[in-house]
Design a protein around this ligand. Structure first.
Ligand code: IMP
Length: 469
């Protein structure tokens, strides 16, 4: 049995907690796209682990696979593995030979390109991890793959070409030299030093080989499924950030959607399609990147994280600034590093309808319903008004999406109750208006509700259906 977990919106839907829950029943958890742009927190036996590449199941003693659709920064991967080992764990992580490698020059190009595009408001607000340039290398056929790290002569040959190419782009296209770039998170000096990169990345290849971490992910996973293993495919980011189906160009550079569960792992599409596809929905919207957001509640001018208190009285639905601050405070919608407020908005049904269609959800998980608690009214963009016509799905171009005006439906709010008690009692213990809201979403998407998240802890998820049970 294969279950695929996909974000239905703009990332940060709380997929980690869902993966955490359902991975109990699986013996292998697999990433099929993205790299260290994703971040997830796993709490195991009271200990918190912050990870971006190691699949969360690996912390729980399951095998974690980074599929061929991923882009892997070995510095980050090994520092995460080392940190886990120092804390007494022995994570079993396998890496696909066909996955692409992220090098320091990818981070430099990511930073320079974003800075250049910002002049025309075309920057995507990337995580700066070099993800876009690494996927460009893959599509442009000048990337370096994990399998190449194991063969020094191939690695050296490829590096000579790709490093020279990256430096030529930096100088010729952007008119910059490495010395112009002042970023703490990038090893700029070493980024274009072919010999140093060769020595360092060859050693990663040797470590991957010695640790028996390198696999053909399609073979490995097909053998495991044939032996009866249950497999959880872990999507990163969200459907609206998909390179094809998302709000291009404000997207990530991979297919985040369920179809890539096959292409990005080497599993047959029929096997993935016969399994469960679970869409994870946040009960409102949050956005860390740039670009339009029709249901956005005010602009991002909220006070910094812990410095601001939640408004004492829950605001009415039309007081947008106050609602935005309320949601940010309660949902912790502040960047973990900078403390800057994230953009927030009301739930967007056209976005969810498109996600349900593109992914073929067989089940839904709706998270963070506790964050909305206390509001007198909760709004949902049921549809859009676009040039006087009603539109129930997202327009294919982002510019037209930006022209959409939400057509709202207003729901009764619900009280802020003892959510831990509700979680232990189950679905029927949820306040009536919360169930009305959840059932509206499930009905509109013609998809059953598998689980509801009512808080950050593992025990705060009401599970109605488990794909592996
Ligand atoms: P990149 O993936 O770093 O290239 O960033 C491209 C876009 O995807 C930006 O808008 C990022 O904010 C967004 N993004 C990437 N990873 C995540 C994530 O894990 N959560 C939410 N947004 C993300």
């Amino acid at each position: 049995m294969i279950a695929t977990i996909v974000g239905a919106q703009l990332g940060d839907e709380g997929k980690g907690a869902v993966v955490d829950h359902y991975s109990d029943g699986a013996s292998v958890t697999v990433r099929y796209q993205g790299g260290d742009n994703a971040g997830h927190t796993v709490v195991n036996e009271g200990v918190e682990y912050k990870l971006s590449l190691v699949p969360s199941g690996a912390v729980r003693g399951k095998t974690g696979v980074l599929g061929n659709g991923c882009v892997i920064n070995p510095r980050v991967l090994f520092s995460e593995i080392d940190a886990l080992q120092e804390r007494g764990l022995e994570p079993d992580v396998r890496v696909a030979k066909r996955a692409h490698v992220v090098f320091p020059y990818h981070r430099v190009l990511d930073a320079v390109e974003e800075a250049t595009k910002a002049d025309d408001d075309l920057d995507a607000g990337t995580t700066g991890r070099g993800i876009g340039p690494a996927y460009e290398g893959k599509a442009g056929r000048h990337g370096i793959r994990v399998g190449d790290l194991l063969d020094p002569s191939v690695l050296e040959h490829r590096l000579e070409y790709t490093v020279a190419r990256a430096e030529a782009i930096l100088k010729g296209v952007y008119g910059r030299s490495p010395a112009d770039i002042d970023r703490d998170d990038i090893d700029v000096e070493g980024a274009f030093d072919t010999d140093a990169l060769f020595a360092e990345y060859k050693s990663y290849g040797a470590r991957l080989r010695e640790a028996g971490m390198v696999v053909d992910s399609g073979d490995f996973l097909t053998e495991r499924t044939a032996a009866g293993a249950d497999i959880l495919l872990e999507g990163a980011q969200g459907t609206a950030l998909d390179i094809d189906h998302g709000i291009y160009p404000y997207v990530t550079s991979s297919n985040t959607t369920a179809g890539n569960g096959a292409t990005g792992t080497g599993l047959p599409v029929t096997a993935v399609g016969q399994g469960a596809v679970i869409g994870v929905v946040k009960a409102y919207l949050s956005r860390v990147g740039t670009g339009p957001l029709p249901t956005e509640l005010d602009d991002v001018t909220g006070a910094k994280g812990a410095d601001a208190d939640p408004p004492a009285t829950p605001p009415g639905a039309t007081d947008e600034t106050a609602v935005a601050t309320y949601l940010r405070q309660r949902g912790g919608e502040y960047g973990t590093v900078t403390g800057r407020p994230r953009r927030v908005g009301w739930l967007d049904m056209p976005m969810l309808r498109q996600a349900a269609q593109t992914n073929g959800f067989t089940g839904l998980v709706v998270n963070h319903v506790d964050v909305l608690a206390g509001l007198k009214e909760v709004r949902v963009a049921h549809a859009y008004d676009l040039d006087g016509a009603t539109q129930t799905t997202m327009p294919a171009t982002t510019e037209r999406w930006g022209d959409c005006t939400p057509v709202y439906r207003t729901f009764d709010g619900w009280a802020d109750v003892d959510w831990a008690a509700v979680a232990s009692e189950g679905y029927t213990a949820l306040p009536g208006p919360t169930r009305t809201y959840l059932e509206y979403i499930a009905e509109e998407l013609s998809t059953p509700l598998y689980a509801v998240g009512v808080g950050p802890d593992r025990t705060d998820t009401i599970v109605r259906q488990d794909p592996f049970a």
